[in-house]
Design a protein around this ligand. Structure first.
Ligand SMILES: C=C(O[C@@H]1C=C(C(=O)O)C=C[C@H]1O)C(=O)O
Length: 375
């Protein structure tokens, strides 16, 4: 048996050769990039990469090494492409189709939110734009997206995520569907109350209305009242209005105390959400691709092919460019069972070269990619 020290001396010698060859290969990759930039060719050449993997596998002498070399070459070619994107970024600039602004226009604008007076979205809108903002409300989130797409409003306010109940699925799907862009976000502390008719007591209640998120956020409380029938409605303020309109003292709503005031309802119980830190994050959406020059979070969505390693490959662009991911979500693609849209938020500004570089790589390598906004 040879001595460990002696073996390691040999490994060190081999590694020096590997690194020298790696650097030589990257030098050639750079020249390939110059050729591609000059001729307007794409960086990724999937066919060439597949042939390359087959060819290097064929050089190995057993299955284990065959798999190893495949992994190794996927990495090497990934790094080689990233070098090429970097060069493209330096040489062939190409602007992202987004316009930078110093500040968002918040005065003289019209804002739409979904729900009725007293909705948490209204609170979010007031917090973001100020209480004197010109505004109106619509029945559905889709109507709010249509209102900005058609120029009826300058901005829409949409709930995107709750700290207890998780993401608001519909908002994600609409962001993917519409060519509207996120330009801001607003977090609102959500404290739910149980609201009933002025002459009602908790013991009278048989039915409770709320948005599904409201019901979820108060699931623990509702578990203590299993005889109550739970009914989902469009939002919490709609639930309060329904109770006020129908004047039935067996009916209650889970909504804000502001909604109680606006609808003349009695607060039967307060702080009924599971977590006292219960908060909802709203996004402010507009129909133009603009971003503030000091924006610090980018949201994108993309699809990848249904192949092993594809998501990893897209995410590697964040690692390589040293970008910090804040969240990742997936949503099913309708009519394509078990395929997903991925939504990623990461820190950065569309003007940062690291961001541009990562986006360039993802745009080329994912099936499709959409920048949802920078805010
Ligand atoms: C170097 C090239 O660019 C990319 C990187 C490859 C590699 O490192 O071998 C192969 C194909 C391309 O995706 C090339 O096109 O040859």
């Amino acid at each position: 048996m040879r001595d460990l020290k002696e073996l390691r001396v040999e490994i060190d010698r081999i590694d020096r050769e590997v690194v020298a060859l790696f650097e030589e290969r990257m030098g050639i990759s750079k020249e390939v990039a110059e050729y591609k930039i000059a001729t307007g060719k794409k960086i990724l050449d999937k066919e060439r990469e597949n042939q390359k993997i087959e060819a290097v596998k064929a050089l190995t002498h057993n299955d284990f090494n065959g798999h190893g070399v495949e992994e190794l070459y996927k990495q090497i070619m990934g790094i080689s492409r990233k070098l090429q994107y970097q060069l493209m970024e330096e040489k062939a600039l190409g602007r992202l189709p987004f316009i930078m602004v110093d500040e968002l226009e918040k005065k003289n604008v019209r804002v739409v939110y979904q729900g009725v007076e007293g909705a948490y979205a209204q609170q979010a809108m007031f917090a973001f734009f100020g209480e004197d903002v010109n505004h109106f409300h619509v029945e559905r989130w889709r109507d709010a997206m249509d209102a900005i797409a058609e120029g009826m409003a300058d901005y829409a306010v949409l709930p995107i995520e709750n700290s207890t109940a998780g993401i608001v699925n519909d908002s994600y799907d609409l962001l993917e569907e519409y060519d509207n862009y996120i330009v801001g976000e607003q977090i609102i502390s959500v404290q739910h109350a149980l609201l009933g008719m002025p002459d009602a007591e908790i013991s009278d209640i048989k039915t409770v209305f709320s948005h599904p998120q409201g019901l979820m956020q108060c699931a623990k409380y509702l578990d203590e009242h299993r005889d109550w029938k739970q009914i989902s409605v469009l939002n919490t303020a709609v639930a309060a209005k329904k109770v006020a309109d129908e004047k039935d003292k067996t009916q209650a709503a889970i909504a804000s105390t502001l909604a109680a005031k606006q609808q003349g309802l009695k607060v039967l119980d307060q702080g009924i959400n599971r977590s006292e830190h219960n908060s909802t994050r709203f996004v402010i959406v507009t129909n133009q691709p603009i971003f503030r020059k000091d924006a610090e979070k980018v949201s994108i969505c993309f699809e990848v092919t249904h192949e092993s390693g594809c998501l990893y490959n897209v995410l590697s662009h964040f690692i390589f460019n040293n970008l910090n991911l804040c969240r990742i979500e997936s949503r099913p693609i309708p009519d394509r069972n078990w395929e997903y849209h991925f939504f990623v938020d990461f820190e950065g500004n569309l003007n940062d070269s690291a961001v541009k570089n990562a986006l360039r790589g993802i745009r080329e390598e994912a099936l499709n990619m959409k920048i949802l906004g920078n805010y």
